[in-house]
Each structure stands twice: as structure tokens, then as C-alpha cells.
Design a protein around this ligand. Structure first.
Ligand code: SF4
Length: 379
């Protein structure tokens, strides 16, 4: 990058000025990752100090049967396929109870778009999960699923959300976003929920007092300009509603899906994506790294490239685990997570679904003071 332009952008960011679409594209063209990471780290430190947030959650997928066949998906199965499954409500409750470790605060529930399950199943399952685990927040359903519920119930999203909230829904999940730009989306997404409906449903959820996450699936056929467009749409919606709690870049995995021929984003590309997203999204308080999709070492580095939140102890997460051929474990204990955060140089802070602080832990002990100790290696 031209030195003058680099200085100009540096000044703009340090002065807290809002970046443009062109600025975002220029930042992606820059290969000075140390500079980008340093700026993103400056911004995340201004917003969140030395804190890295986590919550103790579990993932629950009620069914992997899906009417759609998205090109990047390793999870969906068709009815009758050998490993297709759909949980009865009592099975879902039994599994959730079995996953309930001490201190669980959130269940993260996403599912396939089941072609024949009736709409009534979904509020019922939330109601029974809430009755069985009253202290646990139910973060459930993507905007794509809410749109699907509109189609199978004949109800508008307004009534769908009211009924789910009444049954115990605390937050939507951030999925179904992928890449909003149509020229990419039309090639990889096989359901009917695009930016217009995705944003409509999150806007509505925010108007009802829910706070929601937003994601972006990167590292497949999109170009950096599509990532910039994606986060700027989210920034504009956030200006309007203020209801997003966190932005989560999700790295595409190329195993067991129709895009398996693509190479995966490198660690450097992942870190650049975290950094540029952090710099563009000036109205988002948090950027989360989901370690299941990035591996533990890249997740630690992401904390130094703009991320300030790391997904918690995951025991049941089938959507990405099926796609992961990289030796990333499918669960971390709370102690593992605390060590991982401290080893990256940060203070762990446990939060709930709404990002209220539940507990602040001791900060990291500087590496210089513990050179003699055996050091963990995070694969
Ligand atoms: S991404 Fe979701 S909607 Fe698309 S095929 Fe997979 S489970 Fe179905």
C-alpha cells in the first residue's frame, strides 16, 4: 500500500473516524498484517480493555434434516438418509439435561429446515427446555429458520417471534447470513432467506427487545469487497436498531460439501478478516472468534487482531465438527478456556447471553514471569 494512504488511514482510524466502503477494500488489499492487526487491537482495546469474554454454553441441533441443500453445508441430510435424525421433544430435553454441566448459562439451538415437522413443535420444545433448565438462556434459530416458520405456519414473523419469546426464547442466533451480496449468495445459498428477510427478522427481533449476534461465512467464492459490503450492511442496520451484540466471522470449511474443491482461507486471511471487520464495525461492541472453525492457535491470534470474545465450552456442535479435518477438539473445559485466554495475554470474563458480566477472572501472568513453567500448546 502507498505509504501516504497508509498514514491517512492510520490517522483516520486513530481519530475514531468512520471508514468507507473504499477504505475497507483498501485495507483488504494491504498485506501489512502487523499494521492491520495493531490497529484492530488498538480499537478492541479502547472498547474492551484487556478483557476477553466467554460464556458457558452447549449446542443442540434438534434435526439435521433440511429441505435446502446449501453448497457450503456439511450438516444437512435428506429424509431417510442413514444418519438423518430428528429429536422428539423428550429426547431433546433429556440430551440438554445430560449436557448441563455446573454453570451452564446458554443453549445454542440451530437446525435444518425440516420439511414436515409442524410449527407447533418449535415453541413446545423451547417451553419444555425452559421448564427443565430454567436458569439457561435459550439462544435459538437463525433468521432463516424464523422465515421458514413463517412459511410452514402461515403466521407473520411478528406472531412467530411473540410465541417463541413467550415459550422462552432469549435471542436469535446469528446464522443464515453467509454473504449477503447476491452475486455470491445466489451461487451458494439454497433457501429463500436473503438480506431483505434476514434484516427484516433481526430488525423485528430488536424491536421486541431481543439482542442478537450477526455472522459472516468467509473464505469460499466471495471476494474481499463482498466481505466489506456484508459488514457495512450490518453497520447500517446497527445504526438503526442498536440490537446486535456481536459480530462473528465464520471460516468456511471445505470438507464434505459441494465446495470441497476450494482451498480454505489461510490463518493470515482469517486474521485480516478479523482485523478489517473490527475496524469497519465501529458500532459493534464485540467481535467473536469461534474456535471450532479456526483452531485454537488462530483463535488466540485473533484475540490480538480485533476479537475480544471466544465461543465457550462446546460439547455438542455437529455443524462444523462434521466438516473439521484439522484435529481441532470438539470441546474445551472451562479451565482450558481460561488458560487459552490467559496464554494469549488477556483477562477472562464470563458473560451471559446479553453480555452482562457474570465474573471477572484474574488477568494473565506475563510470560516472562512463568518461563520456567511447562507451556500449553494449543493446536
Ligand atoms: S446451511 Fe442450513 S438451510 Fe442450508 S442446507 Fe445447511 S442446514 Fe439447510
Amino acid at each position: 500500500m502507498d505509504a501516504g494512504l497508509q498514514r491517512e488511514l492510520d490517522d483516520k482510524i486513530r481519530a475514531g473516524e468512520r471508514l468507507t466502503y473504499d477504505d475497507g477494500v483498501t485495507l483488504y488489499e494491504c498485506d501489512d498484517l502487523a499494521w492491520l492487526g495493531g490497529l484492530a487491537h488498538h480499537v478492541r482495546t479502547e472498547k474492551n480493555g484487556d478483557r476477553v469474554f466467554f460464556n458457558v454454553n452447549r449446542h443442540l441441533n434438534l434435526t439435521n434434516v433440511c429441505a435446502a441443500s446449501c453448497a457450503y453445508c456439511s450438516f444437512e441430510r435428506k429424509p431417510g438418509q442413514k444418519d438423518a435424525y430428528t429429536m422428539r421433544i423428550d429426547e431433546a430435553v433429556r440430551l440438554a439435561k445430560a449436557m448441563e454441566p455446573e454453570g451452564l448459562t446458554e443453549l445454542h439451538i440451530v437446525n435444518g429446515l425440516h420439511p414436515t415437522l409442524p410449527w407447533r413443535y418449535y415453541p413446545r420444545v423451547l417451553r419444555e427446555l425452559k421448564a427443565a433448565l430454567p436458569q439457561v438462556a435459550l439462544k435459538a434459530f437463525t433468521a432463516t429458520e424464523i422465515h421458514w416458520f413463517e412459511q410452514i405456519s402461515g403466521l407473520p414473523a411478528d406472531a412467530v417471534l411473540d410465541e417463541l419469546i413467550d415459550a422462552g426464547l432469549e435471542s436469535l442466533t446469528g446464522g443464515g447470513a453467509e454473504i449477503f451480496a447476491w452475486e455470491v449468495r445466489e451461487k451458494i445459498v439454497d433457501h429463500k432467506t436473503h438480506w431483505e428477510d434476514w434484516s427484516r427478522i433481526h430488525r423485528l427481533a430488536h424491536s421486541k427487545g431481543l439482542r442478537t449476534p450477526a455472522t459472516m461465512l468467509y473464505g469460499h467464492i466471495e471476494e474481499p469487497r463482498h466481505r466489506v459490503d456484508h459488514v457495512l450492511r450490518l453497520r447500517e442496520l446497527q445504526d438503526e436498531t442498536g440490537g446486535f451484540v456481536v459480530f462473528i466471522p465464520l471460516r468456511f470449511h471445505n470438507d464434505n460439501n459441494r465446495l470441497s474443491y476450494l482451498p480454505m482461507a489461510t490463518g493470515a486471511e482469517a486474521l485480516k478478516t478479523f482485523a478489517v471487520s473490527r475496524l469497519l464495525l465501529d458500532n459493534f461492541d464485540h467481535v467473536k472468534v469461534f474456535w471450532v472453525m479456526h483452531g485454537l492457535s488462530t483463535a488466540q491470534l485473533a484475540l490480538n487482531h480485533g476479537a475480544d470474545d471466544i465461543d465457550g465450552s462446546v460439547v455438542e456442535y455437529k455443524i462444523t465438527h462434521d466438516a473439521d479435518g484439522f484435529g481441532t477438539p470438539d470441546k474445551l473445559t472451562r479451565e482450558d478456556l481460561l488458560d487459552l485466554i490467559r496464554d494469549a495475554g488477556f483477562r477472562p470474563v464470563e458473560r451471559n447471553t446479553r453480555y452482562d458480566v457474570l465474573r471477572e477472572f484474574d488477568p494473565a501472568v506475563p510470560l516472562a514471569q512463568r518461563r520456567a513453567e511447562p507451556q500449553a500448546i494449543w493446536a
